[in-house]
Design a protein around this ligand. Structure first.
Ligand code: HEC
Ligand code: HEC
Length: 295
């Protein structure tokens, strides 16, 4: 009996030891990527200040989702707060206390938005720069011009804390913690299409949809979302959305109700997508129609 207990004790101690080693490994592997320093050669973009540019910048801040994470007043705050995954705070982008507005030079804005890297060279956590990397110089310049004019708000967002499950999911490639890793920082700049109701401009606008609907737009479970989140819809001609008309698509994005009366889940960023102009939504519709049939 005592022999069995002794062996059991040794086995349990061994197991505990293994767990400690595994936990330490997870911590150090993730921490070394979080603390990596990136050296980015930043190309600044022309930043205007006229009324038309500022209005364009505000439109981009809403339709590209900046306000979804950074808040309607762009003063930041925690937007993921989970005891197992961790706490991720969006930064205060204003020039109030706790904000970066007064500290940021043009090149800092470009490095953060286009490359997902802070002024200290460290990667910005969960900031989807891989989507904003494609913004044209004109659009990025308008966005920066607008961000410089937003009213200051005092707000110190809570510190980030990436907890064990968040680190494990990150190491397994299931949690997009470091967008800077998804960008080829030295590649030649991609050509941005002229604005218009074209497939190419629709693709430019739909880059942000792919984060949830998938690179091939066939939908399915969304990476990093808690269980119970509805899967993103198939937006290719093989999905149910292809049976809609263009007008029904635009109405669904504006009202949040699809043609069959289904109320679209709030996971879908309707504030951002619904704020797009008719021409922008028409371009996205054209692009979706042009996609190959999903599986
Ligand atoms: C999915 C959520 C999300 C969206 C959408 C998003 N951000 Fe962020 N952003 C973050 C998070 C989280 C951080 C903080 C990263 C950190 O602290 O490591 C951040 C940081 C930043 C920073 C760096 C500030 C600093 O602390 O140095 C800038 C600048 C920024 N975002 C601008 C933007 C702009 C402009 C947009 C829209 C084009 C945008 N963000 C959209 C989540 C988001
Ligand atoms: C944050 C994740 C997310 C992003 C980003 C996103 N979607 Fe969605 N979308 C969803 C989810 C989840 C659903 C399923 C909603 C439901 O079943 O109620 C959905 C559903 C849809 C539907 C079908 C609605 C219905 O009633 O069947 C359309 C159309 C759509 N999205 C278009 C878009 C377009 C266009 C973009 C980009 C401009 C986009 N989505 C970006 C998550 C997202």
């Amino acid at each position: 009996m005592s022999k069995i207990l002794k062996w059991l004790g040794i086995a349990l101690a061994g197991l505990a030891g293994l767990l400690i080693v595994a936990a330490a490994l997870v911590f150090f592997l993730s921490e070394s990527r979080i603390n990596k320093t990136y050296v980015i050669s930043v190309n600044t973009v022309p930043v205007g200040a006229d009324a038309e540019t500022l209005a364009r910048g505000e439109h981009l801040a809403i339709t590209r989702g900046c306000t979804d994470c950074h808040g309607a007043n762009l003063a930041g705050g925690a937007f993921i707060d989970d005891p197992a995954i961790g706490r991720i705070s969006a930064s205060n982008l204003t020039s109030g206390r706790g904000g970066v507005g007064n500290l940021y030079r043009d090149e800092d804005w470009v490095r953060a938005i286009r490359h997902g890297v802070g002024p200290d060279g460290k990667p910005l956590l969960f900031m989807p720069a891989q989507e904003f990397y494609y913004l044209s110089d004109e659009d990025l310049g308008a966005l920066i011009a607008y961000l410089r004019t937003i009213p200051p708000v005092d707000n110190v967002p809570p510190e980030d804390a990436v907890r064990p499950l968040g680190r494990i999911l990150f190491l397994a490639g299931k949690f997009p913690l470091i967008p800077a890793e998804m960008i080829d920082h030295d590649a030649p700049r991609p050509e941005a299409p002229e604005p218009g109701v074209t497939v190419a401009y629709g693709q430019y606008l739909a880059v942000g949809c792919a984060g949830c609907h998938g690179q091939d737009f066939t939908g399915g479970p969304i990476p990093g979302m808690p269980p119970g989140t509805p899967p993103a819809a198939d937006l290719t001609p093989s999905g149910h959305v292809a049976d809609w008309s263009e007008a029904e698509f635009i109405a669904a994005m504006r009202t949040g109700v699809s043609p069959d009366g289904h109320e679209i889940s709030p996971v879908m960023p309707l504030d951002a997508v619904g704020a797009m102009t008719d021409d922008e939504l028409k371009a996205i519709w054209l692009f979706l129609q042009s996609l190959p049939l999903g599986a």
